[in-house]
Design a binder for this molecule. Structure first.
Ligand SMILES: [Zn+2]
Length: 106
């Protein structure tokens, strides 16, 4: 089944969707929230130390090197950026909730 590219993509999409549903269910069950980062967020191209964004980064470049001196594994750099983006989204949502609560208090 996985040899047929078109069919295997559907299987992978379905598996990913099931994984997300399971994670969403488990986080709600634990009283926590799931924050999804935009799939087009350039996590690999952004320096996790200074925020500089590279225009191009070949997939063969496994080590991220920035002008600021940051040299880090590409995947760890991307994971750090995804964590920062998730926290940014989380705190932005908290601020919006606080603002909504403050408006209701008037
Ligand atoms: Zn940098």
């Amino acid at each position: 089944m996985m040899k047929n590219k078109r069919f295997s993509l559907k299987i992978n999409d379905n598996s990913y969707s099931k994984l997300l549903n399971y994670i969403s269910y488990k986080t709600k069950d634990e009283g926590k929230s799931l924050i999804k980062v935009n799939k087009y967020y350039a996590s690999s191209k952004i320096c996790s130390v200074c925020g500089n964004k590279k225009e191009k980064l070949a997939l063969s470049e496994r080590t991220y090197k920035c002008e600021c001196g940051n040299i880090i594994d590409r995947d760890i750099n991307a994971a750090s950026n995804i964590a920062y983006e998730g926290l940014r989204i989380h705190y932005t949502n908290l601020i919006k909730q606080e603002a909504g609560t403050a408006l209701l208090a008037w």
